[in-house]
Design a protein around this ligand. Structure first.
Ligand code: PLP
Ligand code: COI
Length: 366
């Protein structure tokens, strides 16, 4: 009956969707939902209430798009993203401040990085204003999933990909921009407990001229095998060295690397094979504002092993102290969380979650 009725209507699928989707949850409806166990949160998937979808083409740019209930997407099996990996993702967090406001951290930087990645992967760029506006709306419509201050974050995942059919290896004609959100806890078990890492001797994440400098989806699956193996052997993650000399530190799985020696902070320079992390940039700016000397240069693994402190940084990882690194026959133990690591961690998370001043204007209230 409903199907017959739908077959007769002249409404577009978008209009029908708008008709049938659930409106954002009102306060009274929210209070009748089962409570969320914030303290059980890990960095894993939970289905939330609402998501956003827009369609794009080269000729017409991006549609206005729409918010809808969280639901599966319909894609042709010949979609360019499924066959050739034409797609990228972003990762950002919404946080609850102690006084109950919800903020984002430098969302315009994610918008710019997504635009750079889109150019590299030949996809239409989502304008910065649209990107940030959509992220705000997704956070707002999933606000009941934003954990209380200090007990987790709402991780927001924008994805952009080639959605139309393509048999030859060439860019798609049609694209989708989708944003969903998931409440998360610590990326590494134990939060600020120092992690143990192993340097990958056989695998590299990215090579010069490749796609390592953008958040291309295709960068991540090849890392699953070495990472899974290291985890099954008791390590939290692997460290990748550069693909040319196999000597210089690139990244820690999906996070940037930092080390401290004689009160100087070192991090690998952006050579095109390393993702320009927003947390990385913020730490560099924060450290310099604290009067610390910061060196962005090639970081030899042997130098890193002789440092006083080491940590990795990213949206998911925030700042995670590194307790030990194994590199072939060598093993180094950095001991407890270092003083500079801890100082950077408390200052950065204080700005991020609104428990301290934001002198840089990095946070944006939704
Ligand atoms: N490196 C890789 C490979 C990543 O996937 C991420 C995560 O986004 C990072 C570094 C850290 O970047 P950001 O601080 O922008 O999250
Ligand atoms: C992030 O930190 O946002 C990431 O993208 C890491 C990841 C979970 C792949």
């Amino acid at each position: 009956m409903l199907a017959a009725l739908l077959a007769q209507t002249r409404l577009s699928p978008e209009a029908l969707n708008a008709f049938f989707v659930r409106p954002p949850l009102m306060a009274s409806a929210e209070s009748s939902l089962p409570p969320i166990d914030w303290d059980a949160l890990t960095f894993s998937f939970t289905e939330t209430d609402r998501m956003f979808v827009a369609h794009g083409t080269w000729e017409d740019g991006w549609s206005e798009g729409e918010m809808m209930d969280f639901q599966p997407l319909t894609l042709t099996p010949a979609a360019c993203v499924l066959n050739y990996g034409q797609g990228l993702f972003e990762g950002m967090k919404a946080r609850m401040t102690p006084d109950g406001r919800i903020t984002l951290f430098r969302p315009e930087m994610n918008a710019r990085r997504a635009a750079d990645g889109s150019a590299r992967l030949v996809m239409p760029e989502v304008p910065e204003e649209m990107f940030v506006d959509v992220v705000r709306r997704v956070a707002t419509e999933n606000r009941r999933w934003v954990p209380p201050n200090g007990r987790g974050e709402l991780y927001i995942r924008p994805i952009i990909f080639g959605s139309s059919a393509r048999l030859g290896v060439a860019p798609a004609d049609e694209y989708m921009f989708v944003v969903f959100a998931v409440p998360v806890g610590p990326y590494f078990k134990g939060g600020m407990t120092p992690i143990s890492l192993r340097v990958s001797q056989e695998h590299h994440r990215a090579a010069p001229g490749g796609s390592g400098g953008v958040k291309a989806i295709g960068n991540y699956a090849p890392g699953m095998m070495p990472s899974k193996k290291a985890k099954s052997e008791g390590y939290s993650e692997i460290i990748y060295l550069d693909a040319v000399d196999h000597q210089y530190v690139e990244e820690v799985g999906a996070a940037n690397f930092f080390c401290v020696r004689d009160n100087v902070l070192y991090t690998p320079e952006l050579t095109g094979t390393i993702l320009p992390g927003i947390t990385r940039l913020s730490i560099i700016e924060l450290a310099r504002s604290m009067g610390l000397e910061v060196m962005e240069e090639r970081v030899d693994i042997d130098f890193a092993l002789e440092c006083d402190e080491a940590f990795c940084a990213g949206t998911a990882a925030v700042i995670s102290p590194i307790g030990s690194i194994e590199h072939g026959e060598k093993v180094v133990n950095y001991g407890d969380v270092g003083k500079i690591t801890l100082d950077l961690y408390s200052r950065l998370t204080g700005i991020m979650d609104g428990s301290s001043e934001d002198p840089f204007g990095w946070t944006l209230e939704i």
